[in-house]
Design a protein around this ligand. Structure first.
Ligand code: ZN
Length: 154
């Protein structure tokens, strides 16, 4: 990882000069920092999310429609393989099988949005831990993503 060697930097968006801690790290940049200050980056990403919210939800639903049977069959197989475990058991099983960490892909989010299975099934399907799937579901709820698992509550 690039270690910033400068102490101040000028934001190319608002033009203000700020300390390097006023910029997010960005490995693709030569100095290891974003060209926009944190405030400008944040303003951009929330405006972007707002503008693309409906598009994202539509995409997620479309993904579910296209992969419904596939997703169901996959989860059925996993259930046949591992039985009907309790939450504690799920935590153990999914921890053992978790191979993925870090950033969530759009396909993974779409899977969670479309899934009506239990958290443990989803964790296995995505090769993540029970806890991280639980956290991600909570996060999707906070960002107003329509979750199939919540549909019956409407
Ligand atoms: Zn700025």
């Amino acid at each position: 990882m690039t270690v910033p060697t400068i102490t101040v930097k000028r934001c190319t968006k608002c033009g203000e000069t700020k300390g390097v801690d006023g910029f997010y790290r960005n490995r693709s940049k030569r100095d290891g920092l974003s060209t926009h200050c944190k405030e400008c980056d944040r303003a951009f990403s929330s405006a972007y999310k707002e503008a693309h919210w409906e598009e994202r939800c539509a995409k997620q639903r479309a993904y579910y429609e296209d992969h419904r049977e596939e997703l169901r069959a996959y989860n059925r197989d996993r259930r046949a393989l591992f039985g009907e475990p309790t939450t504690e058991r799920w935590r153990e099983i999914t921890a053992k099988h978790a191979t993925r960490r870090g950033r969530w892909s759009e396909a993974e989010d779409a899977h969670l949005a479309a899934s009506t299975d239990r958290v443990g099934d989803d964790a296995l399907a995505l090769s993540r831990t029970y806890a991280s799937v639980e956290r991600r579901i909570a996060r999707l709820r906070r960002s107003c993503v329509a979750l199939a698992r919540d549909a019956h509550r409407r």
